[in-house]
Design a protein around this ligand. Structure first.
Ligand SMILES: Cc1ncc(COP(=O)(O)O)c(C=O)c1O
Length: 488
């Protein structure tokens, strides 16, 4: 291999000898091969040293820190021991088409082999144009104008900004819901209802908080405060614990927004892309918001892709003239080539494989089977709820009723998990049944189930049978086994 100095001398001769630049030593960098071959112990120590030592604490509680994923395929992760882990976490809804869908791999390989371009900041991109066209074709009404980004937070920032500009300076206030989650970037943090995430950050103060799905509270707010110009709601609250609202709520919301000239932003970052059994969850109510946002599964589980989609009229009001066009034009990686073609293919797979319909069918079956478990274990399961393959499983709160002998041991391990069955159950599902579930930011008693939409009846059965077997141990043994998992 050539060293840095030799490479410099290899540059095309331009006549006289170029002055030698001082050599820059190659730092002790890890290679891709090193990363692939890393031991679990090294992963733990590098995560602690360079990523997030505090988070490692939670990973240890859940047993996540013992897993090194070697491969992923369809509904499964495959770990360092060849164990297939059933994925009912689904990257919080990022894996609609499952892990490593072969059609996505093929498109991405072809794109690379053909030497296609990625950065779309100078010339227009045929890939971004096609993706935007697809999103407009899927989206109802005149939700036609698309901004492409990389993350849900970025799409939601774009959504709030386009709405704020269209609402105009005389209507600067934004309504948002209790237990909302719209991202952690500085702008949307102001409408993300978490004291933990908000910390001591300075927030935008022109916000109005209402209970989720409370139409009277929204009506009162609109009627009493003419400065309100925008309302932002997740169509199904994810971080809040999988909370839905009935169709009548959304229909009345649309009516109220029209009456008061308020712009409705529907956050579909988690519940969109087919998860609820319709492409957008708001379609269940037969209404169309003014602005919406997608991310997560839009990237097919292979890439970071997000979109804000606005009604043409709203978009044109905000950025429609050459003078305003660049105010929120795409960022450096907005509409990057391979991410766009991955999203284009993912959307086609979604329809070709009828995954939206499958989400409705398997979601209903999962709900029904979980209701069966609730009837069997009424003292453990409080409620099951959701739509499509976005399901919440809420356990009774045991923080006050945990047997006295167990309390000190559990609280010694972690104060937050005290009496939270979801943590114990999630950890044991992984350890004893190779099954992965997700937790919920604001409600520690809720497990979130968001498997890939390729989920079959057999996967639902596998999941429910694992959970049944675990719950059959009873609370005391579950807690004891969890404590054991921390020692062993
Ligand atoms: C409803 C909702 N909005 C926005 C976001 C933010 O997305 P990201 O984590 O990609 O920034 C999330 C992420 O979980 C989400 O669930």
């Amino acid at each position: 291999m050539l060293d840095a100095q030799t490479r410099l001398h290899d540059t095309p001769a331009t006549g006289g000898a170029a002055p030698a630049a001082p050599a820059i030593p190659h730092p002790p960098l890890m290679t891709v091969a090193d990363a692939k071959a890393m031991s679990v112990a090294d992963m733990n120590s590098l995560f602690k040293d360079h990523i997030n030592p505090g988070q490692l604490h939670f990973m240890k509680l859940l047993g996540f820190n013992k897993i090194k994923v070697e491969r992923a395929e369809g509904m499964y992760y495959i770990d360092q021991n060849g164990r297939k882990i059933l994925d009912f976490f689904g990257g919080f809804g990022s894996l609609a088409v499952g892990h490593n869908h072969p059609r996505l791999i093929a498109q991405r390989k072809a794109f690379q082999d053909e030497g296609r371009h990625e950065i779309a900041i100078a010339f227009m991109s045929q890939y971004a144009a096609a993706l935007a066209k697809n999103l407009a074709a899927i989206s109802p009404g005149d939700l036609d104008m698309v901004f492409l980004g990389s993350t849900g937070s970025e799409a939601m920032e774009a959504a709030v900004k386009v709405a704020e500009r269209a609402a105009g300076p005389k209507r600067p206030k934004i309504v948002y819901a209790e237990n909302s989650f719209h991202g952690k970037t500085k702008g949307v943090l102001s409408i993300t209802d978490s004291p933990l995430y908000r910390g001591e950050f300075r927030l935008v103060d022109r916000t109005v908080r209402v209970p989720f799905a409370d139409i009277d509270a929204i009506r009162n707010a609109f009627e009493s405060d003419p400065e309100i110009g925008v309302i932002v709601l997740e169509t199904i609250q994810g971080g809040g614990g999988i909370i839905t609202a009935p169709p009548e709520f959304w229909q009345e919301l649309r009516r109220l927004c029209d009456k008061h000239g308020v712009i409705w932003v529907a956050d579909e970052v988690q519940c969109g892309v087919g998860r609820s059994g319709r492409f957008y969850a708001f379609e269940h109510a037969g209404v169309v918001p003014d602005v919406t946002a997608l991310a997560k599964s839009l990237g097919g589980g292979k890439t970071a892709m997000a979109a804000m989609i606005a009604r043409r009229e709203i978009y044109m009001k905000a950025y429609g003239s050459p003078k305003t066009a660049m105010i929120h034009a795409q960022a450096t990686f907005g509409g990057i080539g391979e991410a766009c073609i991955t999203a284009i293919e993912a959307l086609n797979i979604l329809y070709d494989e009828k995954l939206i319909e499958n989400s409705a069918v398997q979601g209903a079956y999962l709900l029904e089977r979980l209701q069966g478990l609730q009837a069997k274990y009424p003292k453990i399961i409080k409620e099951v709820r959701g739509q499509g393959l976005m399901i919440g499983l809420e356990f009774h709160d045991f923080s006050q009723t945990l047997p006295l002998v167990l309390r000190p041991v559990v609280s010694m391990l972690d104060d937050k998990l005290k009496g939270s069955l979801s943590g114990f159950i999630g950890a044991l599902l992984l350890r004893d049944y190779a099954t992965l579930v997700a937790f919920t930011e604001y409600n520690r008693n809720v497990i979130r189930l968001e498997p890939p939409l390729i989920c079959g009846r057999e996967h639902v059965d596998q999941f429910v049978e694992a959970l049944d077997d675990l719950l059959n141990r009873g609370i005391i043994r579950i807690v004891k086994d969890f404590v054991g998992s921390q020692i062993g």
